[in-house]
Design a binder for this molecule. Structure first.
Ligand SMILES: C[S@@+](CC[C@H](N)C(=O)[O-])C[C@H]1O[C@@H](n2cnc3c(N)ncnc32)[C@H](O)[C@@H]1O
Ligand code: SF4
Length: 448
């Protein structure tokens, strides 16, 4: 793709892990509305739980997650009391509806002590109807791991470990304040596998300070040698005006749009050559993995954790800043950890904001999700789901394809199809269906 076009297409756009995006949530949706929505869920609604642990024992300068560095365990122990209170309250409302997936994110859930891994898991199983086939995943920072924790996560029933790598080049690691050797990473992969955890995901980043195409290729080769079932290849989102510690990264040593594109392409080539299948715009999976199968079947989904195969009816977020998605709309918990803890422990409700879907939100959200997951939008399917209300979006899709001079998308009978060249820019195509975007384009990171 010509350089000028890459530069033009890297205007900031949302990652579309939700639609409408989180900046549009507002305080008009609170705990009472959330609990009324939960009560309306059908008795057989499949539930996915997301638990957030906003603590780390190191602070990586690139990090965009909601977390805080702590050097003692006491703040985590206190937070867990609040989380226990929220789990009990929400569990009582969800009742016997089946929980089919549990995901721990952060921060670093790998900071949890072995005894706490066991006690929170036991509480989850007492408070919710956790199914025997539950998908149970956790984000692990290798630097936190030790044998007792490997044992505890395995005993809790973990089915997938997601491990942060980012890049193995020591110069890049120094610039992002994250020293992590290949051997340290391999130890975690082998420890989890030997304890029966069937699936491993590894996160890589491109666009980091001092990162080069050769370095991205080298990291991709080392990651492939560990044969994780899934790999996420994210573009580093540099937003120091939101995440103050990112200003520790010198802008002058950040790769530009062309270099970022070249790094992403080169790393992806290594992964594909090693037999991985491209999923959406930033994931890869071995062909037998459920994510590759879902992508082929058109059942891939997208939520706050990125691409997922977890087909749930409601996502329930637990912990500070956690976001839930119900059929009626989104809810988000209080972001500030101390305030979250106070409300959870006092029983005064933890929801700070949310958004009730309009019919147009549901229609556009579906169109954006299908484009992000399938790289195509079927007009017949849109009409079948939304009836005549789908026509304006179909019209926008046709107009987009006819006016597209950059080769991002084409029209095939009854379908808008993103071209191979357009795939890395799917967020930019999706953004044309975003009715809110004109209001807030300054907030987002680069599309590549
Ligand atoms: C919660 S973090 C990782 C879990 C664990 N704390 C660790 O570091 O290994 C999840 C992933 O988000 C990605 N991430 C974090 N900050 C990012 C940023 N600014 N831009 C893009 N991806 C980012 C990283 O790839 C990271 O592994
Ligand atoms: S990347 Fe992981 S370990 Fe590093 S600060 Fe972010 S959440 Fe913590």
């Amino acid at each position: 793709m010509p350089n000028a076009l890459v530069a033009e297409l890297t205007t900031p756009v949302p990652r579309y892990t939700s639609y409408p995006t989180a900046p549009h949530f507002h305080a008009g949706i609170g705990q009472a509305q959330y609990e009324a929505w939960l009560a309306e869920l059908p008795a057989d609604a499949r539930i996915s739980l997301y638990l957030h642990l906003p603590f780390c024992d190191r602070l990586c300068w690139f990090c965009g997650c909601h977390t805080k560095q702590v050097n003692r365990y006491a703040p985590i122990a206190h937070y867990l009391q609040a989380l226990h209170a929220e789990i009990s309250r929400i569990g009582a409302l969800v009742g016997q509806r089946p929980v089919t997936a549990i995901h721990w994110g952060g921060g670093s859930p790998s900071m949890l002590a072995a005894a706490d891994i066991a006690s929170v898991t036991a509480l989850l199983r007492r408070s919710f109807n956790v199914t025997d086939t539950v998908e149970f995943s956790v984000e692990l920072d290798p630097s936190d791991m030790e044998p007792a924790k490997f044992d505890a996560w395995a005993a809790a029933g973990l089915t997938r470990a997601s491990i942060g790598v980012q890049d193995f080049d020591p110069q890049v690691q120094a610039a992002i304040n994250r020293l992590q050797s290949f051997d340290q990473t391999r130890t975690v992969v082998e420890a989890m596998r030997s304890r029966g955890v069937a699936s491993i995901n590894i996160d890589m980043l491109y666009g980091l300070p001092h990162q080069t195409v050769a370095g991205a290729i080298d990291t991709a080769r080392q990651v492939v040698s560990l044969q994780p079932e899934r790999i996420a290849l994210f573009g580093y989102a540099h937003v120091p005006w939101i995440k103050k510690h990112q200003s520790m990264i010198d802008d002058k040593v950040l790769p530009d749009s062309q270099q970022r594109f070249a790094q992403a392409t080169a790393a992806a080539d290594v992964l594909r050559a090693a037999g991985y299948v491209n999923i959406g715009f930033d994931h890869f999976a071995l062909p037998h993995d459920a994510m590759a199968l879902a992508a082929a079947a058109g059942t891939l989904q997208r939520n706050f954790q990125g691409y997922t195969v977890d087909e749930h009816d409601a996502l329930i977020g637990l912990g500070a800043s956690a976001i839930g998605r119900l059929p009626q709309g989104y809810v988000q918990n209080i972001v500030a950890t101390g305030e979250y803890e106070r409300h959870a422990l006092a029983g005064t409700g933890t929801v700070a904001r949310g958004l009730a879907f309009t019919a147009d939100d549901k229609l556009r959200g579906h169109a954006i999700e299908r484009l992000m997951c399938d790289f195509r939008l079927s007009f017949a399917e849109l009409r079948q789901r939304f009836g005549a209300a789908a026509e304006p979006v179909i019209c926008e899709a046709v107009t987009f394809a006819m006016e597209d001079t950059k080769g991002l998308a084409t029209l095939q009978p009854g379908t808008l199809v993103i071209t191979d060249a357009g795939r890395p820019f799917v967020r930019t195509v999706a953004a044309t269906f975003d009715a809110y975007l004109a209001q807030d384009s300054a907030r987002y990171s680069k599309a590549i």
